[in-house]
Design a protein around this ligand. Structure first.
Ligand code: ATP
Ligand code: MG
Length: 423
């Protein structure tokens, strides 16, 4: 639509008559024309374009006289082709030198065409039109290649990451499954162990009642082991073993949820459960690390219906966002010891389920926010971040679930990620 804007041609010729005639003809044909009277001033003009091509745009095509005072057209062309900023601009030579050798020389320097003087205006216009069109096609093609290459790189990164995740998922699911058997021995044996302990204690009490004065070696053993303390502590030990095994059971369940093999089928799930399992898996990172206090996670859960989701990938999204939030508050604590807070809130808003993950970390500058979702973009130390977390999260939310992933951040204050999923 802005074509006339862009049809910009540079004519370099030392003859004022030629410049006037050509300019007029090209303007009539719809081109914008700039002129230069020798090679040096043409190069100078193009250097200005290179400084800020939004203000002074590069020409789409250069009509270049061969015989000029100062550097001639051939040398001008050689310099333009040697400069990466101008090498792609097509050059058409104009000259009275119609011999084959001059033509060959011009073409070998990278010119796209050759017009001999005196020229026919119609022919010049026709050639300019063709080369202008060719230039447009080349530009378009280059742009498409860049876009496709970029898309391909993204796809590749994602395929590799997804393969890794699925291998990891299988491993995790396998381990969780293997833990389950030995775990269930423990879970199911603690209750009878408690009963046995109660029975043995009762028998002991009966002995004590009926034989209040046992032989001295029994008395000394009872003193040595502090029998009363052991009887009382034993049941506490069993209680804490019970709590421990319950926890392992929860973790194993979360691991299995997390690595759900049904990643490729959507099912109606309770997002709060998914969030809770992810939090459980991150517990080791949330707790007091000695070097810093525990991170407080505030769960402001609202009412959410079951949401049709791919549970495995959705776990992955929560995991990536929460891991980033943990990194962010840790970094902020190191800087100014502010309290470490992450808030997860959920609600239904306009036919969508919203999950917000807020942190009071250091936030991000505008500059970082612009690149946030690009694959491989990271500000973290080498080996700490791969820069894939958010690009994968975004892809899972938008492409796989038809939702949206938004980020609001204030440098120094904190960040909020909002996941919006259609109900
Ligand atoms: N909650 C947040 N607060 C501040 N900066 C963040 C937050 N989340 C993401 N970022 C910024 O965005 C960048 C990209 O995040 P992303 O999760 O994609 O990669 P990463 O965390 O660096 O690496 P990984 O692939 O291990 O997740 C981070 O390096 C960080 O600079
Ligand atoms: Mg991350």
């Amino acid at each position: 639509m802005n074509e006339p804007e862009k049809k910009f041609i540079l004519i370099v010729d030392d003859s004022a008559t030629n410049l006037a005639v050509l300019s007029q003809a090209l303007k009539t044909a719809g081109y914008k024309v700039r002129v230069a009277v020798d090679g040096e001033s043409a190069i100078e003009m193009l250097e200005k374009c290179a400084i800020d091509s939004t203000k002074i745009p590069f020409p789409e095509l250069i009509l270049l006289d061969v015989q000029m005072p100062g550097i001639d057209g051939f040398e001008t062309c050689r310099q333009l082709k040697a400069n990466p900023a101008t090498t792609a601009i097509p050059v058409i030579f104009m000259t009275a030198l119609a011999d084959a050798e001059s033509k060959m020389k011009g073409l070998s320097l990278g010119a796209v065409d050759y017009i001999t003087k005196p020229f026919e205006q119609d022919e010049v216009i026709a050639r300019v039109n063709i080369h202008w069109r060719l230039k447009q096609l080349t530009d378009n093609l280059e742009q498409q290649v860049t876009q496709r290459t970029c898309a391909l790189q993204q796809a590749q990164v994602q395929v590799v990451q997804q393969e890794k995740l699925s291998a990891l998922g299988q491993l995790v699911a396998g381990v969780a499954h293997e833990i389950n058997n030995p775990l269930s021995f423990m879970v199911s044996n603690i209750a009878p162990a408690k009963e046995y302990l109660a029975d043995i204690t009762e028998v002991l009490r009966l002995y004590q009642k009926h034989y209040p004065a046992p032989p001295s070696d029994i008395v000394s053993k009872m003193d040595e082991m502090d029998l009363e303390f052991v009887i009382e502590d034993f049941s506490h030990l069993l209680d804490s073993m019970q709590i421990g095994t319950e926890r392992i059971k929860d973790i194993s369940l979360s691991l299995r949820n997390f690595a759900r093999s049904d990643g490729d089928t959507a099912s109606a799930i309770d997002l709060h459960e998914t969030l809770d399992s992810t939090l459980l898996l991150l517990k080791h990172r949330l707790k007091d690390q000695g070097s810093r206090p525990a991170i407080e996670v505030i769960q402001n859960y609202g009412q959410l219906p079951l949401i049709k989701c791919y549970p495995g990938p959705m776990n992955q999204v929560f995991m990536n966002l929460l891991a980033n939030a943990i990194d962010a508050v840790e970094e902020a604590w190191e800087k100014d010891q502010r309290p470490l807070n992450i808030t997860i809130s959920t609600e239904v808003l306009r036919e969508s389920a919203i999950v917000r993950i807020d942190d009071n970390g250091l936030g991000m500058t505008e500059e970082i926010q612009q690149h946030l979702f690009e694959p491989l973009f990271t500000t973290k130390a080498v080996g700490k971040g791969t820069g894939l977390g958010l690009s994968i999260a975004k892809q899972i939310v938008t492409d796989k679930h038809g939702g949206e992933l938004f980020c609001k951040s204030m440098a120094g204050k904190g960040t909020e990620f909002a996941i919006e999923l259609p109900i």
